[in-house]
Design a protein around this ligand. Structure first.
Ligand code: HPA
Length: 271
């Protein structure tokens, strides 16, 4: 049976003495940053009793504890997606485990389809806000007051100060940064061109199948959040071509290093 976040945190604490304040969730094709972690200690999800396991392509499925940009961090190399059949309460679980281990700042990455016509494949988008179009919310159910309140505010879901820091770091590293609204769908089918036209009208700049549940969970338990999308493809109907999973992973291989360098710089500068 699934254990509680507290039990998993305890289990990890018995194996790892690190107390990271920074957590990183690595998206599709973007897991490589995990390899940059110095003095890594790996905790595969499968070693945690009955912990949900990621099955998505390009997601290894482990926590990595170590040092990045001179700071103690924990990376989730392999995230859980709603489309894999995970309950949203399971997607919330690793975020709460990281919180219990001391994480105060959560940095997330994902691969996303570009909706904003001024975007190009390979662009990095700083997420300024989101639209939850998944039709579900990870906090549905009894509220655990030890983590946060029943009706958490989402006005500053993507911490303005961290976004400013990200922009300053992007200037330093010479990284062109787009900024925009991420809309999350459940997937696993990609969107139709009609859906993408509708999402554009709603104010979305990019579309994907992750991140939003974790960001809601992180805000609920008082974490500061920063998130980036790698535009791995233009969303359905924008270019007159089919979407493939391969192009999503390919974008990570091509532009992942630039995103990694930016995140490392941000971590260095985080106070
Ligand atoms: N749609 C949804 N999710 C995605 C896409 C997309 O076009 N690209 C990468 N993840």
């Amino acid at each position: 049976m699934r254990k509680t976040p507290k039990e998993y945190a305890e289990f990890i604490r018995q194996r790892v003495s690190a107390t990271p304040k920074i957590g990183i969730v690595l998206g599709s094709g973007l897991g490589e940053l995990g390899e940059k972690v110095e003095n890594p200690i790996f905790v595969p999800y499968r070693d945690l009793p009955d912990f949900p396991v990621s099955t998505a392509p390009g997601h290894v499925g482990q926590f990595i504890f170590g040092t990045l940009g001179g700071k103690s961090v924990v990376c989730m190399q392999g995230r859980l997606h709603y489309y894999e059949g995970h309950a949203l309460s399971d997607i919330l679980l690793p975020v709460r485990v990281m919180r219990l281990l001391g994480v105060e700042t959560l940095i997330l990455t994902n691969a996303a389809g570009g909706i904003n016509p001024s975007f190009s494949v390979g662009d990095i988008m700083l997420i300024s806000d989101h639209i939850n179009f998944m039709g579900v919310n990870p906090l549905v159910g009894p509220n655990d007051d030890t983590f946060g309140c029943r009706f958490p505010d989402m006005s500053f879901a993507y911490a303005p100060k961290l976004r400013e820091l990200a922009k300053a770091c992007a200037e330093e590293t010479g990284t062109a940064l787009q900024e925009g609204v991420y809309l999350a769908c459940s997937g696993p089918s990609y969107e139709t061109p009609a859906e993408i036209r509708a999402f554009r009208t709603l104010g979305a700049d990019a579309v994907g199948m992750s991140t939003v549940p974790e960001v809601i969970a992180a805000n609920h338990c008082g974490m500061q959040v920063l998130a980036f999308s790698l535009i791995s493809n233009m969303a359905a109907g924008i270019l007159k071509q089919k979407l493939t999973e391969e192009e999503v992973l390919e974008a990570g291989r091509k532009k992942g290093a630039e995103m990694q360098a930016l995140i490392q710089k941000i971590i260095e500068k985080l106070s």
